[in-house]
Design a protein around this ligand. Sequence first.
Ligand code: SF4
Ligand code: SF4
Length: 122
Amino acid sequence: MSFLNTSKIMLKSLFSKPSTGMYPAKKREPFAATRGSIENRISDCIFCGICQKKCPTGAITVTRDAKTWEIDRLKCLACGACVAPCPKKCLDMKNNYAPSVLTKSTDRFVQKSPGTESKPDA
Ligand code: SF4
Ligand code: SF4
């Protein structure tokens, strides 16, 4: 490539809009269909364990006796294989990603009593 061609490209780049976004100053909103984090409306969960069996990475742990549902978000591929087979339709895939973490942990949902909402206590 000649010096003239290179100079032309440099000048064009200097005066044109950048192709990349100005992250983190300007964050892009997620698309509506983005596959993001899995949430469980734990009040409706019956702890059948189907989601655990369907998960290809073993990210979900269901404990029927303790009425807990846990997800290891570092193992989750956001494939959605757990959502459709849930008989109570209490699993939902949000369009936001789980926040970055410094240590490994699981999000643990506990059903205090049927019909009661509960947040992860990780
Ligand atoms: S498939 Fe649905 S109802 Fe069954 S354990 Fe998973 S979240 Fe709960
Ligand atoms: S979205 Fe896929 S990888 Fe993530 S918990 Fe569900 S089945 Fe497992």
